[in-house]
Each structure stands twice: as structure tokens, then as C-alpha cells.
Design a protein. Structure first.
Length: 201
């Protein structure tokens, strides 16, 4: 093999590798955007989001204090990032079992509207990791926020929540929970707190 043909082979290989990196498999796209919304592959440069922009796994997402974005996944699941959110699209896989979506929420709020499936053998699994909990949605709609604590409200069905110590609780439909550090407030305890009034003279 001549030096010239080796250079051509090497250049072809590098071009194909670069093309593969550029065309990594899209796992979601921006369905709607308002205000400033940005994304980047982990460790990359922040870019302004546009409707229809394809997103790959290992993508970080951020919304400005007035920004909001909705992500659409191939299975029909929608995740809305509220203003002032920093989140990650960590993984999306599909198979005969259904789908598995993993996201992380560093700060801010998101609503996950998990697509329903009419097959008893298939499920769309959705998991959110915050600095204090891992929450797996068993249902179809949940609001999740993270700041000084992680707050979860189940709008439909239920969710399993596990803190850093491995303690686990189930949040039922209509229920909420709050996790601060390793302390978890069960849905019934949170409801009792919210229904308690303190009077002072």
C-alpha cells in the first residue's frame, strides 16, 4: 500500500467516524419552545434550541428564567421543562418490552406526560434522577421539581421514589411527596401537613 493510498484510507475512515458522531441517533426533539432554551451534548458548547431540533442521549438542557420547552419522544411521551430548569436527557432505549427513558433534574421543574400503551406486555418506563432521589413513573403524568428539596406530585397513576439511603415509597395518584437530603415525607404525612392550620394571637 502506498503512502498516498494510506492517507486516503485514513481520511475516509476519519470522515465516516465524524459523520457517525454528527448523526448519532436522535431520541427526542423539541416540540415547542418559548423564551430562551439551550442544549448541548455533555461537555459541549451550549446552542440555542429550535423547534424540531433532534436530541441524542447524553444531552443537557436548560431553560432561562422565562424559557419553557416541550420534548417529544418517538413513543409519544412529552416532557415539559419549566422556566429556570437544568436537566439531562440521559438515555432512551426501545425494545419488545416498550421503552426506557432516563432523565436527570439538577434544578427546576418538569412535567412528564408518559405515553399510554394498550398492550399488557409493553410499558413505557420513565425515570428521573435528582441529587436526592430516583423516581420511576408507573403512570402517565407527574410533576417533578428540584431545588433545596425534591417535590413530586402524581397527576395520574403512581410512582416509586427512592432516596439516597435506598428507602422507597410509592406516591399514589393525586398524592405528593417531598425529599430533603435523606428524609422522605410520605404522601399521607404531606397531606396532613397541608391540611393543618396554625393560628397565632
Amino acid at each position: 500500500m502506498t503512502a498516498n493510498s494510506m492517507k486516503k484510507t485514513l481520511l475516509t475512515f476519519l470522515a465516516l467516524a465524524a459523520l457517525g458522531a454528527v448523526h448519532a441517533k436522535a431520541v427526542a426533539k423539541f416540540e415547542s419552545i418559548s423564551g430562551l432554551v439551550q442544549y448541548r451534548e455533555k461537555g459541549g458548547k451550549w446552542q440555542n434550541a429550535k423547534i424540531g431540533t433532534p436530541l441524542t442521549a447524553n444531552t443537557e438542557l436548560q431553560t432561562s428564567p422565562t424559557g419553557k420547552a416541550t420534548l417529544l419522544f418517538p413513543n409519544g411521551t412529552k416532557v415539559t421543562l419549566k422556566p429556570g430548569t437544568l436537566a439531562g436527557l440521559d438515555q432512551y432505549t426501545a425494545g419488545a418490552y416498550g421503552t426506557q427513558t432516563n432523565m436527570s433534574l439538577r434544578v427546576g421543574r418538569m412535567n412528564a406526560d408518559i405515553a399510554k400503551v394498550n398492550d399488557a406486555n409493553v410499558r413505557n418506563h420513565f425515570r428521573v434522577r435528582t441529587p436526592t432521589v430516583v423516581a420511576g413513573v408507573r403512570g402517565s403524568n407527574a410533576d417533578i421539581s428540584n431545588g433545596t428539596s425534591t417535590n413530586i406530585r402524581m397527576n395520574e397513576h403512581s410512582m416509586d421514589v427512592m432516596n439516597g439511603l435506598g428507602q422507597q415509597i410509592r406516591v399514589p395518584q393525586g398524592g405528593s411527596t417531598q425529599v430533603t437530603g435523606n428524609q422522605m415525607v410520605r404522601p399521607d404525612q404531606l397531606e396532613a401537613r397541608q391540611n393543618t392550620a396554625t393560628m397565632t394571637a
